[in-house]
Design a protein around this ligand. Sequence first.
Ligand code: HPA
Length: 270
Amino acid sequence: MEQIYQTALNVVREKTALVPEIGIILGSGLGGLAARIENAVVIPYSEIPGMKASTAPGHIGQFVIGTIGGKTVVCMQGRLHFYEGHTMQEIAFPVRLMKLMGIHTLLVTNACGAVNTGFSIGDLMLIEDHINMMGANPLTGSNAADFGPRFCDMTFAYTPALRELALSVAQKQGTKLQQGVYLGYMGPNYETPAEIRAFRTLGADVVGMSTVPEVLTASHCGLKVLAISLITNMAAGIQKVKLSEQEVIDTAASRAKVLQTLVEGILKEI
Ligand code: HPA
């Protein structure tokens, strides 16, 4: 293993003896869950060697380690995106670091646009599978063999048992949970209407600018994965309106509580 991982892990261990079982990555406008973590130990990314700063709006950039839903978790309050100029390997780093901290499961949330016209703004969607259209992959280059194999199977990347669990918790809570395929787009521009039509033909239900690199990294190192999208807007060209970051932020804010309740309910039962 590269020395930088051990150095980073030592910094975390100096701050807390807690060993998290579940890692959580919070998407745009969804950082509020971190405030629900009890006995929280906060470690800014800037204090961790090898870790890049998150520059996206609304992404604070810190690990929050503590308990929620009776589970010990490490939460990334703010994620790293490819469009920020981070390399795919830099985006992989915190996922591998959380694996070294002790997690067995990664729970990912994101904001996305709906490609499937049967979906509505504000819907939650359980990710069943993804399409990588980001033009890059964190697993290229020499294989990090300490973490996983050269050729990583993706058949069950979005862990079937966790998806079942999420559906049953959502049903109990009376929360509608769509299911579908997430297509990862590099950004930072939103897609063109022609791209959205093409992505629909390819089988995408939603589109976003994150999640795929993290899930690839997590699958490679043997983590179970659960990923839930919040649909903040209809994708480009579906409605005859311009897309705006403000709409993404406002919808995320208005639906954050529902997603938060779902995530907490799932954590209790994992
Ligand atoms: N496209 C890509 N990323 C997004 C979108 C979108 O429409 N909405 C929120 N994140």
